[in-house]
Ligand binder design. Structure first.
Ligand SMILES: [Zn+2]
Length: 423
């Protein structure tokens, strides 16, 4: 366990915050520091073909130790942390044998991590937690994933009696700004499928995510002196308001869960002459997703019709762009890759929690790039803020899952019971 703690701390104490406003890859030069450190470490534990490209994407190989053909599998995680909260000067605190009570993260600023608010904490009574000091995020997202992958590879190298096929490891920059998969060379990676180690609590296993689009609607107006405006002024803000109220009020992020999709207006700027509304559209179901986009277009058309005579041209212009798609479409045809992960968990007495992601992952982009890639828990909680924490036991469980998946993949039929075909 100490080994995992030391490794994890050696990662989180390096600031790797990514930056959505940067156009370079990696988006911040500081990500190179940890990237280079990881390359050295992968070589040191005995990984082969350790490469880092000019965009800081890291790949490495653990060669097969069996004679028969086994598919090549991959494990992927990201080394950047979110720009939502500072990741500089992380001072991790270790809470051994957690007693189930409030944890004072920062006495001076009275910052408390409390199980009365964060109920998940109570599952970890008696375990060793790693928390922040209340002034930064922790970076368990996703340095827990990297810790687990490196530790599992090291374990397999040191225990050659465990039989496995070829394993590829991939570490990416800039996942938190949605670009982790952008420059991932799927061909060079050369795996038949992979898993991102980037989920939260123990047991999480995800292969469904949203279909996603972003929409920008620009409303035009005509400014006229308010005293002489009757029949002349067109106030684009009021038209934008009509648009927003025409969206179903019970289909927003705050009113939906599970498989329920939504429209989410997340940005608005306006004056009489021009108002811009930005929203995102999300749905797991492809048909419903298309219908949601059509609905936005239909509302815009209706508004344009209403103002056609007065304005003379379209008063509203909609730009809708797809962002990513549900990986389910790419994973279901090879569903056994989920079954292998599920079986690995069951064999380790971990209850699989299979649920749809209400967002996207690097794995969904990779799946559409030809590398089917479900997501597995990395163990952390309360990502992207000062209350982030990770139980060391959860990281150990993720290590065990990786090792077990490697083992199952080298077995006949991946260790899965294949139902006999009816005659
Ligand atoms: Zn992550």
């Amino acid at each position: 366990m100490q080994h995992i703690i030391d490794r994890f701390i050696s990662y989180v104490t390096v600031d790797t915050e990514s930056d959505p406003n940067s156009e370079t890859t990696p988006s911040t030069a500081k990500q190179w520091v940890l990237a280079n450190q990881l390359v050295e470490e992968l070589k040191k534990i005995g990984m082969q073909d350790v490469t880092i490209d000019d965009k800081s994407y890291i790949m490495a190989t653990l060669p097969s130790n069996v004679d028969h053909d086994v598919p090549t599998i991959g494990f992927v995680s990201h080394f950047d942390t979110t720009p939502d909260f500072t990741g500089a000067n992380v001072k991790p605190q270790i809470i051994p044998n957690y007693d189930g009570k409030d944890i004072v993260l920062n006495a001076e600023q009275n910052i408390i991590l409390s199980p009365s608010y964060f109920k998940d904490l109570l599952q970890y009574k008696g375990q060793t937690l790693i928390t922040t000091d209340g002034t930064t995020l922790l970076g368990a997202d996703d340095k827990a994933g990297i810790t687990e992958i490196v530790t599992a590879m090291e374990f397999l190298i040191n225990n050659p009696e465990i039989k496995h096929g070829k394993i590829r490891v991939g570490f990416t920059p800039d996942e938190e700004i949605g670009r982790g998969a952008h420059h991932f060379d799927v061909n060079k990676f050369g795996a038949d499928w992979a898993y991102t180690m980037d989920g939260s609590q123990v047991g999480e296993l995800e292969y469904e995510n949203f279909n996603a689009a972003g929409a920008k609607i620009t409303f035009k107006g005509k400014s006229v002196h308010p005293g002489y405006a009757k029949g002349k002024m067109i106030n684009s803000m009021l038209i934008a308001n009509d648009f927003i109220t025409a969206l179903p009020s019970d289909e927003t992020p705050e009113t939906t869960k599970g498989y329920e999709g939504f429209y989410h207006v997340h940005h608005l700027t306006g004056s009489i002459e021009e108002t811009v509304v930005e929203l995102i559209i999300r749905d797991h179901n492809k048909i419903k997703f298309e219908k949601r986009k059509e609905k936005v277009e239909k509302i815009v058309r209706k508004i344009n019709k209403k103002f056609a005579k007065q304005f003379g041209e379209d008063v509203a212009i909609a730009e809708i762009n797809d962002q990513y798609y549900n990986m389910k479409e790419k994973v279901v045809p090879v569903k056994y890759i989920v079954d292998i992960a599920e079986k690995a968990m069951k064999e380790l007495d971990i209850k699989p929690l299979i649920k749809p992601i209400r967002g996207g992952t690097d794995g969904c982009q990779l799946s559409y790039m030809g590398l089917p890639c479900p997501n597995i828990f990395a163990g952390g909680h309360n990502f992207h803020g000062k209350y982030e924490y990770v139980p060391v036991e959860s990281m150990q469980k993720a290590v065990n899952v990786i090792v077990k998946i490697a083992e199952l993949t080298a077995m006949p039929d991946y260790g899965l019971v294949v139902p006999k075909k009816k005659k």
